[in-house]
Design a protein around this ligand. Sequence first.
Ligand SMILES: [Zn+2]
Length: 212
Amino acid sequence: MNRTDLIACHECDALLRKPLLSAKSSARCPRCGATLFRSSSIHLERICAVTLGALITFLIAQAFPIVELEINGITSQTTLIGALVALWNQDMEIVAAFVFCSTILFPLTELLALLYVLVPVRAGLVPPGFNRVLRAIQFVRPWGMIEVFMLGILITVVKMVSLARVIPEAALFAFGALTLMFAVVVMFDPRTLWDIADGLPHRKARSAPGLG
Ligand SMILES: [Zn+2]
């Protein structure tokens, strides 16, 4: 028997075979009646909704101007991308690239990758490249967490090289909301998806040819 198929009761230490759960049910210890674990489908619904919400908030944060720049006497409002381009043109390529990765590329990768695995798994399917996508999420995750810090660095540097001020409008509030949503998203351990995928009927798992 596979060792991962076993579960120990936290109340009476009985070693049991881990049962496969249908949606919205929970497993109980047959000896003492304690709840062993609950089906993660409810949890999955919630994390799916938060991830989708975070993606929409992310797009709002990128679409609206966040800083007002004054370069060569011309004042213009610009989005995060615009501020990064301005930074790049001021010969600060490394800072621009670093901020781009941590505030745009990696958070966007994590959100899209999570949705790519969450939506099919919720429907009982294992998407192609499932394992690779989960590994990618674990790789980009630490970078997404320093987003706020990098945003602070960006604003400081932009202020240093030009007359700039932060616009307290839609984009800034969206970034604030995104930070909270990301805190919820990163609490979700993608490894639980492996457990859920293992529990899916073999027939459905085989229908995804690129599994790996
Ligand atoms: Zn027990």
